[in-house]
Design a protein around this ligand. Sequence first.
Ligand code: DGI
Ligand code: FE
Ligand code: FE
Length: 196
Amino acid sequence: MWEEQKMRQWLQQHLPAGRYAHCEGTAETAVALAARVGVDKYKAHLAGLLHDAAKSLSLAEMRHYAEGEPLLDTMLWNSRNLLHAPASSGLCRRLFAVDDEGILAAIRWHTTGRVGMTLLERIVFLADAMEPTRNYRGVEEIRKAAQDSIESGMLASYRETFCFLLESGQPIHPAGIVARNAILEELRPTKGEPLP
Ligand code: DGI
Ligand code: FE
Ligand code: FE
């Protein structure tokens, strides 16, 4: 794997300043969440720092790096918003030579989430949504919910994202829908019992 300093330099050269600050913020917030739930802080730091590495690449460049990453359907393949997650994972694997599959998965799934997310994946998903430089509508609700648990914070984040997508007439990726359903079920007090 590249030295962290070299990866930071690459990020600073390939991301606008605000996006780079978001990556630093995500790393910092991920470390704080990791400390709370006993996850490796260095892995949380690195996954947070690198999660949006491919964010500013063209669609063609994203496709190049995303090739070979799991679950690449037409919707993902055609959306820079969605494709940057597997592209960032592929870029970290192939360019930075990151070989920790846990870190790569946290990067891969940071936008939609997936069913059966690891704690590290959850941490990066939530840190991405609530790190200090985020200032979109609803972010305070996410920070507040995150005080209860990582999963409550994630549900609040899904609510904001899905509302935004509905209001702006955009498709919701099915991976996000089933991932949210899975977290909802985990938090249901009568988990496992029939739904109404
Ligand atoms: O990369 P970030 O801006 O830090 O945040 P992100 O990776 O969570 O999301 C990137 C963008 O993708 C954001 O504008 C919302 C959008 N997005 C998230 N889930 C979906 C989505 N877009 C579509 N079309 N469908 C989704 O399910
Ligand atoms: Fe992202
Ligand atoms: Fe991000």
